[in-house]
Write a protein that binds this ligand. Structure first.
Ligand code: GLU
Length: 270
């Protein structure tokens, strides 16, 4: 999905890409276009971060990442997409596996101790996905005694354990929970509503979202601690709210999710 190139180019002129310095120091010489930027995304979350069968990448996070990268001076072909899962995001930012992460990544105080965040650029809420014919789970209180699935290293799994006394079956990715939900090994998948909506849309008629959100998940752009690009990325996120790129990214990828485009969140320049 492409954004308004003129707007992005103006952004690129205004904002010089210091990420270039860290983005491609080990990509010596092989790219005619210059340095690369390594961006961590999910590969298995339709509508958010998804690797298509033809090798293309799609999703709201992908489009926002392309917009931000372009504003920092990188063309789409200078982006190296790296698969991030919930549990390796801090590690990937610390060990240089990626330069930034857009992967349904909630800004939390615990994570802020290890990495930095620009944003938020979207606010989701934790919810539950169940089989379409299951009416036994109507909200988070019904999780007790049920077989719940979530992902290691996510705020979703943590909240279930801390606040709802359930012991979730944990996998390293949400798509594995979807397989288990389809197979009847688990009763519900819990994570952010917008992620669940992507799966519900991928398998029409199979699942339903319970619709009782029980957290606030502020999606941020994860950056290495002390990154000098945070201000620029915050500027770009705000610019995307104003020039229509954010709305376009949402509508192109999540327009049929059943969730309306919300008001853009307020960027937190902590
Ligand atoms: N947004 C939550 C988190 O960052 C759940 C989704 C995810 O695991 O990516 O932990």
């Amino acid at each position: 999905m492409k954004f308004t190139k003129i707007a992005a180019t103006l952004g690129a002129l205004a904002l010089t890409g210091s990420l270039a310095a860290c983005g491609g120091s080990d990509d010596t010489g092989s790219d005619a276009g210059g340095d690369k930027i390594k961006i961590g995304i999910k590969f298995d979350q339709p509508g958010l971060g998804f690797k298509e069968a033809d090798g293309d990448y799609s999703g709201f996070d992908v489009d926002m990442a392309e917009y931000i990268a372009e504003g920092l001076g990188y063309d789409d072909d200078q982006i190296e997409w790296v698969e991030a899962v919930s549990a390796n995001r801090e590690t990937f930012l610390k060990d240089g596996s990626v330069d930034m992460i857009l992967a349904t990544y909630s800004i939390t105080d615990e994570r802020k101790a290890e990495v930095d965040f620009a944003g938020p650029y979207y606010v989701a809420g934790q919810d539950l996905l169940v089989r379409a014919d299951d009416s036994s789970i109507a909200g988070p209180e019904d999780m007790k005694g049920k077989k719940i699935c979530s992902v290691t290293g996510s705020t979703s799994a943590q909240k279930v354990k801390d606040e709802y006394g359930a012991v979730p079956q944990e996998f390293d990715s949400y798509s594995k929970c979807i397989n288990a939900l389809q197979g009847g090994q688990i009763d519900a998948l819990t994570t952010d509503d917008i992620i669940l909506a992507g799966y519900a849309e991928q398998f029409p008629g199979e699942f339903k979202i319970v619709g009782q959100p029980f957290s606030e998940e502020n999606y941020g752009v994860g950056l290495p601690k002390g990154s000098e690009d945070r201000d620029k990325i915050n500027d770009l996120i705000e610019k995307s709210f104003e020039d229509g790129a954010w709305e376009e990214a949402f509508n192109d990828n999540l327009g049929n999710s059943g969730y309306e485009l919300p008001e853009p969140p307020t960027v937190d320049r902590y």
